[in-house]
Design a protein around this ligand. Structure first.
Ligand code: MIC
Ligand code: SF4
Length: 641
């Protein structure tokens, strides 16, 4: 039987297990990436493992999130990251060089390789034919140490593309269409493989926009084949030697198939506050727009920004609308500066930020009160922009630029002739902002600022779990709800005692204090709990506050893995209606946990407030049960090494 692309790459990297959907496998990781907001923890964990030098083919540490230096913390963390990388055989991409995913695609991604990144948008690498997966920092640290990555074998969904995008319709509209059809939980347990004649009409950066935002489906990752388009892109990046052809077999089979005719799509937006609240621009109508933000790892390519420049050229941003542009990489930024397109953007009245995540992670540029912000980003969860009542719409660069000029949401097809941007034959290549590791590691002293606090470690699982339900949440709780980011909180990423004070701060500001006073407890959630970011702080900080288990209808993949890594039990209701049998403030007891974990897939929960008893499932693999019993992956690794 023919193989699809995912099966081919996974098979080549398989260390243990069977490629049977639902079963746990371990795969070899060729490359890793970290970013600064998750990286400090990942490298503290790597140091704790005592491996002198990263064992991967390539490991690289990017700085792109915490770039506002509003106090010493971020600058200190950057120095820590630079020195720890130099000491342990890791490349270091300096602040200003760009967003990890954009730079990685341009300079380091290789078709057919596996990439594990401590950021949920690592699947951007799928645009170049990699199996690129987002994970918690601890999983990435283990991979740097040469350990395998464990995952549940996903189903493979064939997204079959036909036709060709019409002028003014872009790659962002393709992934918005997929989100419209599948929703933010439609990709859980799946890898999206793009096939069909429409693939050849999309450039590598366009493919990367699609695989990037596949993260919002909850998918394990997304992938495009490596074909002649990939070859041309790599050649233009001076990396022709990295190209290999990778296609599915002609008779490949898939678990599901979805057909999309690219010619039939039109400009779309995702409405507040979810990436799957998709509607056409026409349907939403010409609502007033206070802010437009262009950039992020989803839409920062050379072609994206060149098109924005062409749309803005000779015009002025609407007086009631603020336009902010954060270029995705130094390569793109410098090319625009050299060819004059940057001047067109500046001249139109845009506010230019440094290359990095910036407003996407709430690092500045929060919209005004109740402001409508049209952003080319990938997430519009409530409060993520830094303004709780902001109304964030996600859109393509074309829709964003049109809104910046007119001051209202505008179908860009109204702008007239579509500016075609030729694919460059060669990109500007200058890797001087990527520092190689030190030749003599003994000469490097790792710098640790006062904000870097030791990693808290959990206790082994006790015989019984008992405590209060500290919070009962609805469906689709995101990691932005659990552990907010933004300019105020992000600098505390290396200081768990300090950051834990902000757990659920936007949902219930009393949460941290109540948790501490109660000596910990439980959290109850609905479906798709923990969607969004890979930040392990959303597990680590609750663990620090004494959260023992989270009971939900279902979990998002990365967050569930992070809970296991830090020894918090991820439990799902066997009968979804049991969700209604628990209220905030109830006292729960989970008796005989250690025996329960060893003897089956379910556990008993007694609600001592109501006297009712319910059954929850844990669905842990043998290895994960041992991790839980040890009190987390670090304890488990110590016990087993
Ligand atoms: C995000 O987009 O939410 C982030 C910030 O890039 C996160 C990582 C983080 O929280 O540090 C992600 O996507 O994993
Ligand atoms: Fe950065 Fe935003 Fe991309 Fe996350 S989604 S990596 S914050 S640009």
């Amino acid at each position: 039987m023919g193989k699809n692309l995912v099966q081919k790459i996974l098979k080549q990297h398989l260390i243990s297990g069977e490629l049977d959907p639902g079963k746990e496998i371990a795969i070899k990781i060729d490359q890793t990436l970290t970013q600064d907001a998750t990286g400090t923890m990942a490298y503290l964990q790597f140091e704790a493992m005592g491996v002198p030098k990263a064992k991967t083919e390539l490991s690289i540490s990017y700085v792109d999130h915490n770039t506002l230096q509003n106090g010493f913390e971020n600058a200190d963390d950057h120095r820590f990251l630079q020195t720890v990388a130099a000491k342990h055989g890791i490349y270091f991409s300096r602040p200003g060089n760009g967003i990890c995913h954009q730079v990685h695609l341009e300079r380091f991604g290789k078709p057919g390789k596996t990439l594990l990144g401590s950021d949920s948008h690592t699947p951007t690498g799928g645009g170049i034919g990699m199996i690129a997966i987002g994970a918690g920092g601890l999983d990435v640290a283990v991979a740097m140490g040469g350990g395998p990555f464990y995952l549940t074998t996903p189903k493979v969904v064939n997204i079959h593309l036909t036709g060709k995008l019409q002028p003014w319709v872009s790659a962002k509209d393709v992934i918005l269409e997929v989100l419209r059809r599948l929703t933010v939980k439609g990709g859980v347990g799946k890898i999206m493989e793009y096939t069909g004649p429409g693939v050849a009409t999309l450039t590598v950066p366009e493919r990367a926009t699609i695989t990037n935002m596949g993260a919002e489906l909850g998918a394990t990752t997304s992938i495009f084949p490596s074909d002649q388009v990939t070859r041309a892109f790599l050649a233009a990046q001076g990396r022709g030697q990295d190209w290999v052809e990778l296609l599915p077999d002609a008779d490949a089979t898939y678990d599901e198939t979805i057909a999309i005719d690219l010619s039939s799509l039109e400009p779309m937006v995702a409405k507040p506050h979810s990436p799957d609240a998709v509607a056409t621009v026409r349907e939403v109508g010409s609502i007033k727009v206070n802010q437009v933000a262009i950039g992020s790892c989803t839409n920062s390519s050379y072609a994206d920004l060149m098109r924005v420049a062409a749309i803005l050229k000779g015009k002025t941003v609407h007086p009631d609308t603020s336009l902010v542009v954060s270029p995705g990489s130094k390569q793109v930024f410098e090319m625009l500066a050299r060819n004059g397109a940057l001047a067109d953007i500046i001249s139109a009245g845009a506010r230019i930020l440094e290359c990095g995540c910036g407003p996407c992670i709430g690092m500045g540029q929060s919209p005004c009160t109740a402001g409508v912000s049209v952003r080319t980003f990938n997430r519009n969860f409530e409060g993520r922009s830094g303004t709780k009542d902001a109304q964030v719409y996600l859109a393509s660069p074309e829709v964003a630029a049109a809104a910046a000029l007119t001051g209202v949401l505008t179908d860009p097809r109204a702008l007239g002739e579509f500016p075609t941007i030729p694919v460059p034959e060669s990109f500007l290549i200058d890797d001087s902002m990527v520092l190689p590791p030190a030749e003599d590691a003994s000469q490097v002293e790792v710098f640790r600022g006062p904000n870097i606090r030791p990693l808290p470690i959990n206790q082994p699982m006790p015989g019984e779990l008992k405590g209060e339900v500290l919070l009962k949440a609805e469906n689709n709780v995101s990691t932005d709800h659990i552990m907010p980011a933004g300019a105020k909180v992000l600098p505390l990423r290396s200081n768990i005692p300090a950051i834990s004070q902000y757990v659920f701060a936007g949902v219930d500001p009393t949460f941290a204090d109540r948790a501490k006073a109660a000596g910990g407890g439980f959290v109850v959630g609905g479906q798709n709990y923990g969607q969004g970011s890979s930040r392990e702080h959303a597990a680590l900080a609750p663990m620090y506050l004494g959260i023992k288990a989270v009971l939900t209808k279902s979990f998002a993949r990365i967050h569930r893995a992070n809970l296991v890594n830090f020894g918090i039990l991820p439990l799902t209701f066997v009968h979804e209606s049991d969700y209604d049998k628990i209220s905030a403030g109830d006292c729960l007891v989970l008796p005989n946990i250690r025996e329960g974990l060893n003897s089956g897939n379910t556990l008993k929960v007694v609600n001592t407030t109501t006297g009712q008893e319910i059954t929850v499932a844990h669905d842990l693999s043998r290895r994960q049960k041992e991790i839980m019993l040890a009190g987390g992956l670090l304890n488990y690794t110590r016990l087993n090494s």
